[in-house]
Design a protein around this ligand. Sequence first.
Ligand code: PEP
Ligand code: MN
Length: 341
Amino acid sequence: MVEEVKKQGLRADVSQGKYRTIIGLIGDESQISFDRIAMLPGVKDATMIEAPYKLVNREYSKYLEKDGEFLHIKAGGIEIGGDEPIFIAGPCAVESKEVLFKIAEGVKKAGAQVLRGGIFKPRSSVHSFQGLGSKSQQDAAEALGWLRDAGKQYELATVTEVRGEDQVDIAAEYADIIQIGARNMYNQDLLTKVARKHKPVLFKRHFGAGIEEMLSFAEYIVAEGNKDVILCERGILPIGKGKSYTRYTLDLAAIPVIQKETYLPVISDPSHSSGRRDLIFSMSCASMAAGASGLMIEAHTNPAEALVDAQQAVTPDELKGIIETCQKIFKLVSHRRDEKG
Ligand code: PEP
Ligand code: MN
């Protein structure tokens, strides 16, 4: 069947289940006759998935997973999309070894399972701090080494963002999860390069992207044979005067909508979406109630001194309160997560 697909100029995504194998077609299948494919030996059924995102579509997964379930993604000893909510926390940017280790200790005590920290920061101004890795590979390796070591010491998985293709190799060498930031959601070549590392990818929604677009671009990662994609709602552009109150608008409804469309787990980022420390608790609770599989929260032991996004960082103590409450909400709504529709 794979040979047949190749003959037609397409690629095949092969998912081997216990009892059957599903082959997804990658490429322009407009000329393909599904009736003919259905007649080929060994083929039980051939169906066309209408949505532009096929490989991440729930329709495609229903043969592989239990209905309503999410893909369980394993990264650095933890599981995302399973029975426990996942809390990713840490500074916006890695600032120094000392501060990072203090924060790692704090977020671990607060109950987080993943340590975040940007080494390559996407910034609106070239005059702002660009992240410790921006100047040289050597600096990047040093800062990434701290992230890895802090993760090891406090038994936390790690995630860091890549801004460009040149940063992918080194980030994949040190971190358990590679983050695609909102600004790069549309960067096909970066997505493909990251996908080929075969490490879990934290994929953030662009602030101007619709849900269909978001899933269509996540498809670029999955099309490389890497299904370990964690989707992240991080807020869309606010309208009118909204911007004077919150940084973006957290699209809460997107969380259950995306989870109905795809089997990939969805997490929420209350930090970048609100941009306000005093809103993180509420927006975290709201995200969990909406059915998120986890949260990514910026945390700092001394928020006032944070080099980037100081206004939205919570302390480890505040994080602890958020996580405790969110774990309860996750349990309260979890029976609904398994229901279809
Ligand atoms: C981040 O998570 O560090 C970040 C820059 O977020 P976003 O890409 O959503 O703006
Ligand atoms: Mn930030």
